[in-house]
Design a protein around this ligand. Structure first.
Ligand code: KIV
Ligand code: ZN
Length: 511
């Protein structure tokens, strides 16, 4: 059985796509989960891109010490120096150097000819190798590059010390057959290729990111670059959970496996969706809400007789929690911990305290609390994780509120907040109840934020289900976008919590 390394780029290629950005605290939480998931390499960022990216890479390296930590770098000294500074304290550092090799990129983006690109590869991979033993080289837009030239580029990179060569389908243009044939061609024509890992990095513009990656594995690729939930530039990157489960479920065909602990897939997917405020489509393979639901009568009948009639994977394999568990008002902290552990959530003591406080509040509002409710409380951490300290309470918290809604009456909000031990209150009118509430928050906190997007949906079952609100706000001063989310059985309160959590992220970012 061949081992395929999983190179996760959720925190780099995924995070750089619009609407998927994460702050430092969120990246640390996600990195810890990726380590639990068992990814081999975490691409933690693009060190030269911003001081925040640089700091995040260092923080991710301490949060996930068992993974190789990579920083991306263009093929120039400044980028490579920054990448090395960011990863050098990781237990297993990697510098990921890239340059475009297709004619269209070389002519219009790089304004370099083939000879110049070949020379740059040799010089810059050698330069990076002098700093770091583990060098990955990527030929951007490889799938649209001239094959002979591409083979020369990879041969130069290997001769200069690259241990992994990566073949990106940068614009998601290729087909599975073409990608498989490209890998086979490179295996024959690249000098030294048998001594290095062959990696693939497929975007999903034509919906073939996963199929392309799998075809490359079949042709001999030993590393796959992917993201949780398939997030990434444009239509996204190949999705980690789909690749891993395809390799596992069709071992008979691919004869390959990964180091992924598949029981952490469900939690990784939910955590990411929750952090970035992007819901998972119900029909998304592996992790969508309907992935294991069998509505049609004929299917249900088959399932009862033998699950294998319609189910090719067992939901336990990917860690889907059993939903039947019910908790009551009198359940203690110990019972909550036990339930969470049974659902696969290991919670540190201080976070459990916080979940328990919110559980008690919820138990006053609903008769019974299901495992989905408990999961919603757990995913909506109210604490902020910092690289150097224990978790801390958010800067600003909602103390109480009262908001009027109705026809033919003014929409009025009364909001009481606590910020850094100062309690403040205000009353505002607005076009609608939330407009009135958000105006009051902005005025009290002295922030200039614009609401860009807002959604609310039920995240648990029943009439008294928990509502989750997600807001995307932008800072008028900097244009930066922040995502906030909040949950409550009262959707107005959930919306207000979401707005305040977005504002807290603005404060955390130093605005
Ligand atoms: O899509 C791409 O080509 C990339 C490279 C930087 C690997 O993300
Ligand atoms: Zn990419």
């Amino acid at each position: 059985m061949n081992k395929v390394k999983i190179f996760d780029t959720t925190l780099r290629d995924g995070e750089q796509s619009p609407g998927c950005s994460m702050n430092l605290s969120e990246k640390i939480v996600m990195a810890r989960q990726l380590e639990k998931l068992g990814v081999d390499i975490i691409e933690a960022g693009f060190a030269i891109a911003s001081p925040m990216d640089f700091k995040s890479i260092q923080a991710i390296a301490s949060a996930a010490p068992n993974c190789t930590i990579a920083s991306l770098a263009r093929a120039n000294k400044g980028d490579i120096d920054a990448a090395w500074e960011a990863v050098k304290d990781a237990k297993k550092p990697r510098i990921h150097v890239f340059i475009a090799t297709s004619d269209v990129h070389m002519q219009y983006k790089l304004r370099m000819n083939r000879e110049q690109v070949l020379q740059t590869i040799t010089e810059m991979v050698s330069y990076a190798k002098a700093k770091c033993d583990d060098i990955e080289f990527s030929a951007e837009d490889a799938s649209r590059s001239d094959r002979e030239f591409l083979a020369k580029c990879f041969s130069n990179a290997i001769a200069a010390g690259a241990k992994t060569i990566n073949v990106p389908d940068t614009v998601g243009y290729s087909t599975p057959q073409e990608m498989g044939e490209l890998i086979a061609y490179l295996k024959e024509h690249v000098e030294g290729i048998n001594d290095v890992d062959i990696s693939v990095h497929c975007h999903n513009d034509l919906g073939m990111g996963v199929a392309n990656s799998l075809s490359c594995v079949k042709a001999g690729a030993t590393q796959v670059e992917c993201t949780v939930n398939g997030i990434g530039e444009r239509a996204g990157n190949a999705s980690l959970e789909e690749i891993v489960m395809a390799l596992r479920t069709r071992r008979d065909f691919y004869d390959a496996d990964t180091n992924i602990n598949t029981r952490e897939i469900y939690r990784s997917s939910r955590l990411l969706s929750n952090i970035i405020g992007v819901p998972i489509s119900p029909t998304k393979p592996i992790v969508g809400a309907n992935a294991f639901a069998h509505e049609a009568g004929i299917h249900q009948h088959g399932m009862i007789t033998n699950a294998q009639t319609y189910e090719i994977m067992n939901p336990d394999e990917i860690g889907v929690p059993h939903r039947a568990l019910v908790l009551g008002k009198h359940s203690g902290k110990h019972a909550i911990r036990e339930r969470l552990e049974a659902m696969g959530y290991e919670i540190p003591d201080d976070e459990l305290e916080d979940i328990f406080t919110r559980f008690k509040k919820l138990a006053d509002e609903k008769k019974t609390i299901t495992s989905s409710d408990l999961e919603a409380l757990t995913l909506h951490r109210s604490k902020v994780i910092r690289p150097d300290e224990e978790s801390t309470a958010p800067v600003c918290q909602l103390v109480s509120h009262s908001i009027t809604s109705g026809s033919g009456i003014p929409k009025l909000s009364y909001i009481k907040l606590k910020k850094d031990n100062n309690v403040m209150e205000d009353v505002e009118f607005g076009a609608g109840p939330l407009d009135a509430a958000f105006k009051a928050v902005n005025k009290m906190l002295g922030v200039n934020a614009r609401l860009e997007d807002f959604s609310v949906r039920a995240v648990t079952e029943g009439e008294d289900s928990i509502g989750e609100a997600v807001v995307k706000i932008s800072s008028v001063a900097t244009g930066e976008m922040y995502t906030g989310s909040g949950i409550s059985t009262d959707i107005v309160e959930a919306s207000l919590q979401a707005y305040i959590s977005g504002i807290n992220k603005m404060f955390e970012a130093g605005e």
